[in-house]
Design a protein around this ligand. Structure first.
Ligand code: NDP
Length: 330
């Protein structure tokens, strides 16, 4: 069996040296436990935060600890009546080939209803983040113009499509390549999109949203947030889901410099954590799974093969190599 552990904490951008790949014995399940062989695991932006020692909403990883996080595997041994060999479960034990789980750590998933990997992407945590952020936190209303950053990623790609399906007046996305921009407008139905690397975000957003925006779904922070504040209409709403442009920062970041517009525009800005919205999961799946099945919502996954490539997949995801959800298949 193999595990991937945090070898040491990154300063700035993480590197492969921050991880160690370790051979271990296949763990043995005890009484009342199951042994799972992992099939997919998730690499996520929040893991960058957990690699540093700074206190945040998710506990820092300990140095030497396995990179825990979302994973899906098949039960191979079981001492639990409710879980049998061949059952597929979602769990949080992360980057390892095999995991021993107590039953309460395993959520059985229905692979007839959707492909396994969807439970880590469009129907999983990133999907719920998009759904809860747009409807619960941003209070999306029909007729809103919505701007989404990180729009071609796991969360962002769903935000724009949900807004469109629910009657947004206009949906604008930003992403980091021409190919992603095409994906947004040609595949996902975004009304406009731009590559934030092509020029100042404020100018590109103003051109894409001549009548301003009501909602900004922030995955990026920094210059994007500043641009969105400039574009917001009266009583606009910002939901701050992530600020990935700052996760590798080694010094405090300056933007947004235009925050004083909060007064004249009376806009609101709310942070969100998906964990506060887990109660919405059944409603979310009931609503979104059929839309995915009928092709009304599209999703992409960028799948990297091999557990030992998980660190590289994580680094690549932070640098934008993924369209939709970045996953590792074992
Ligand atoms: P993505 O699938 O969007 O992958 C990350 C993407 O971020 C990359 O593909 C890259 O795309 C983009 N990116 C990287 N660096 C920058 C930069 N400097 N400026 C702009 N874009 C950048 O990840 P997720 O969908 O999983 O997560 C999206 C955001 O949502 C993250 O900020 C994450 O932390 C946050 N999040 C928050 C949750 C919460 O509960 N609050 C839950 C889940 C996610 P590109 O090519 O476009 O640059």
């Amino acid at each position: 069996a193999t595990e991937i552990r945090l070898a040491d904490r990154p300063y700035g951008e993480p590197t492969l040296d921050n991880f160690s790949i370790v051979d271990v014995d296949v763990p043995k399940p005890g009484p009342g436990q199951v042994l799972v062989r992992n099939v997919f695991l998730s690499v996520d932006p929040y893991m960058r935060g957990r690699m540093s020692s700074a206190k945040s909403y998710a506990e820092p990883y300990k140095v030497g600890e396995v990179m825990t996080g979302g994973a899906i595997g098949e039960v191979v041994k079981s001492d639990v009546d409710a879980l049998r060999p061949g059952d597929v479960v979602l769990h949080q034990l992360g980057w390892r080939s095999h995991a021993v789980l107590d039953p309460e750590q395993a959520v059985q998933i229905d692979t007839e209803a959707a492909p396994m990997s969807a439970y880590l992407s469009v129907l999983g945590m990133p999907g719920l983040t998009a759904y809860a952020g747009l409807f619960d936190v941003a209070g999306f209303r029909e007729g809103d113009t919505v701007f989404v950053s990180g729009a071609a990623g796991a969360v962002g790609s769903l935000v724009g499509q949900l807004a469109k399906l629910k009657g947004a007046k206009r949906v604008i996305g930003s992403a980091g390549s021409a190919e992603k921009v095409r994906y947004l407008t040609e595949e996902l139905g975004y009304d406009a999109a731009f590559n934030y690397k092509d020029g100042p975000v404020t100018e590109q957003l103003a051109a894409a949203a001549p009548d301003g925006i009501e909602v900004y779904f922030d995955n990026v922070g920094g210059e994007h947030l500043e641009a969105a504040i400039d574009a917001l209409n009266l009583h606009g709403r910002i939901v701050v889901c992530g600020m990935i442009s700052q996760y590798n920062a080694t010094e405090p970041t300056p933007a947004p410099r235009n925050l004083s517009q909060v007064i004249a525009k009376r806009f609101t800005m709310r942070g969100m954590l998906v964990a506060d919205h887990f109660d919405l999961q059944p409603k979310f799946v009931a609503e979104v799974a059929p839309l995915v099945r009928d092709g009304k919502i599209k999703y992409s996954e960028t799948v990297v093969e091999g557990l030992h490539n998980a660190p590289q997949a994580f680094l690549d995801m932070l640098n934008g190599a993924n369209t939709g959800k970045m996953l590792v298949r074992l």
